[in-house]
Design a protein around this ligand. Structure first.
Ligand SMILES: Nc1ncnc2c1ncn2[C@@H]1O[C@H](COP(=O)(O)OP(=O)(O)O)[C@@H](O)[C@H]1O
Ligand SMILES: [Mg+2]
Length: 413
C-alpha cells in the first residue's frame, strides 16, 4: 500500500478520478478507489458466505442424470443394457438421497437406499462397470474383494477393512466417506458352506462373514481401524456411520442357473414344455432373491439387496465390439503401442473374427480376449522394434499361426 502521486489519481478499476482526501490502494501499475475496495470486499464476503453455506448443506455434488451416467458407461462397457440402466438409476438416487433436506415438510419422507446385486458369468463386465462408475463419480468409491474376508478372530481381513478403504478414498474425511459407494466383488464366495454351492471349501468364511457384512449394510455406526489390518492394535478407531453408504455386490454365482431352472421347473439345457418359454442360454435373467438364498446367502443379507440384476453372456458380436469399440479397446491399445515404435498396425477383420472364435471356445467371456491377443502379438512386439518396418497388417492366417504356435498350449485363466 502506498500513496500515489497527486497528478495520477484515477481509479484503475472504475476509471473515475479519486478526490484528494479520498482513501485509495495503489499498486505498481494502478490504484483502486475506496468505493471500489468497499464493493469488492462486500462481494468477497458474499462469496465466502455462499461457500460456507454449501459446506453445511447436505451435499454439494453435481447431479448426473441417469441418461448421462449410462452414456458414460456406454463409452467403456459393451451391451449389458439392463445392468447399466439399473446402476445409473441407483447412482442417481444415491445422489438424490444425499441431497434430501433434513428439515422442512419433505423431511418426513426419507429416501432409503437400495443396494444392488450384480450377477453374471466371469468376464461379462461386472468389475468393469464398477471401475467405470468409480471414475466418473464425485463421491468416494472403493472396490473390496469378498474372498479376503474372514470371520473376526481368524487370519485374514475383517469386514470393517472395507470401510478403511473407503476412508482412504475419501482422504480420511469421515463425512465424505459416509456418503460413498462400496463395491463388493466376488460376494458369492462367502455363501454358506454346504449349501447348494459345492465350490465353497473355506472354513472361516461363509456365514460369519455374512453376518459381519450385514451389520455394515444395515446402516450402523462401525468402528473402523484407519489402516485396515489388525497389525496396529494401538491405533484409534474411527467411527463411520454406514447408513448412507451405497453397497453394490457382485459375483458369478456359479451353478445358480440350476437353482433358477429348478425353481422355474424347467431344465437349464433343453426346452420347457410349459406355457411360458425360458431362454435357457441366459437363465440368470430370471434370478430372484429366493435363488440367491438357496445359493447360500443368508436371508437377512439377501434382504439388504433389494435390487438384483444380471449381466448377459457375451456373444460373438459383443466380443468383437469389445475388441474395437470401447474407448480403451484392446485393438486401440495395441495400435498405440506399435505407433510408439513408428509402426502402423492394422487388424484385418478376419483376424478379429479368429480372436473372437478362440475367446468363445475358452468360455472366459471378454476376459479371454486379452490373453489371446497377447499370444498373437508377442513375436511381433519382440521383433518389430529392432527391424525397420513401418507397417504391420495382422491377417487371420498370421493370427492363427501365432496362436497355435504359442509356447503355452492352453491359456491361463
Ligand atoms: N461388457 C463389456 N464391455 C467391454 N469390455 C468388457 C465387457 N465385459 C468384459 N470386458 C473386458 O473383459 C475384462 C474382464 O471383465 P470384468 O469386468 O473384470 O469381468 P467380471 O464380470 O468377471 O468382473 C475387462 O477388463 C474388460 O476389458
Ligand atoms: Mg470381476
Amino acid at each position: 500500500m502506498a500513496k500515489a502521486k497527486k497528478t495520477e489519481r484515477i481509479c484503475s478499476f472504475c476509471g473515475l478520478p479519486i478526490p484528494e482526501d479520498e482513501f485509495l490502494i495503489a499498486g505498481l501499475n494502478g490504484m483502486i478507489c475506496g468505493d471500489c475496495v468497499r464493493a469488492v470486499t462486500k462481494i468477497m464476503h458474499d462469496v465466502e458466505l455462499e461457500k460456507d453455506s454449501r459446506k453445511n448443506s447436505p451435499v454439494k455434488i453435481k447431479l448426473m442424470k441417469p441418461h448421462e451416467i449410462k452414456e458414460r458407461l456406454d463409452d467403456y462397457v459393451i451391451g449389458q443394457e439392463e445392468a447399466k440402466k439399473v446402476l445409473s438409476v441407483a447412482v442417481y438416487n444415491h445422489y438424490k438421497r444425499l441431497m434430501q433436506p433434513s428439515t422442512g415438510e419433505d423431511a418426513e419422507v426419507e429416501i432409503e437406499k437400495s443396494n444392488i446385486l450384480l450377477i453374471g458369468d466371469t468376464g461379462t463386465g461386472k468389475t468393469l462397470l464398477a471401475r467405470t462408475i468409480a471414475r466418473m463419480l464425485e463421491v468416494p468409491f472403493c472396490i473390496a474383494d469378498a474372498t479376503v474376508f474372514t470371520q473376526a478372530g481368524y487370519v485374514g481381513e475383517d469386514v470393517e477393512s472395507i470401510l478403511s478403504r473407503l476412508l482412504q478414498a475419501a482422504d480420511y474425511d469421515v463425512a465424505k466417506a459416509e456418503r460413498g459407494i462400496v463395491f463388493i466383488d466376488e460376494i458369492d464366495k462367502i455363501a454358506r458352506k454346504g449349501s447348494e454351492n459345492p465350490s465353497i471349501t473355506r472354513d472361516v468364511s461363509g456365514e460369519g462373514v455374512q453376518q459381519s457384512l450385514l451389520k455394515l449394510l444395515e446402516g450402523s455406526i462401525v468402528n473402523v481401524p484407519p489402516q485396515g489390518g489388525r497389525k496396529h492394535p494401538e491405533q484409534q478407531f474411527i467411527q463411520v456411520n454406514t447408513q448412507n453408504i451405497l453397497f453394490v455386490g457382485s459375483g458369478a454365482f456359479n451353478n445358480l442357473e440350476q437353482i433358477i431352472g429348478e425353481r422355474l421347473n424347467t431344465k437349464v439345457i433343453g426346452y420347457n414344455t410349459q406355457s411360458r418359454r425360458f431362454d435357457s442360454s441366459d437363465m440368470l435373467q430370471y434370478v430372484s432373491a429366493q435363488d440367491i438364498r438357496q445359493f447360500g446367502l443368508i436371508p437377512e443379507l439377501c434382504g439388504r439387496f433389494p435390487v438384483i440384476t444380471s449381466l448377459h453372456p457375451l456373444d460373438s458380436k459383443a466380443l468383437k465390439q469389445i475388441l474395437t469399440q470401447p474407448k480403451n479397446a484392446l485393438v486401440k491399445q495395441y495400435v498405440k503401442l506399435f505407433k510408439m515404435d513408428g509402426i502402423e498396425l492394422h487388424f484385418e477383420d478376419e483376424a478379429l473374427d479368429y480372436i473372437v472364435e478362440k475367446a468363445v471356445e475358452l468360455k472366459l467371456g471378454a476376459r479371454g480376449l486379452r490373453a489371446i491377443v497377447e499370444k498373437i502379438m508377442t513375436d511381433a512386439m519382440y521383433d518389430f522394434p529392432s527391424i525397420h518396418k513401418t507397417k504391420m497388417l495382422l491377417t487371420r492366417d498370421y493370427a492363427q499361426q501365432q496362436f497355435e504356435n504359442s509356447i503355452f498350449a492352453t491359456l491361463p485363466e
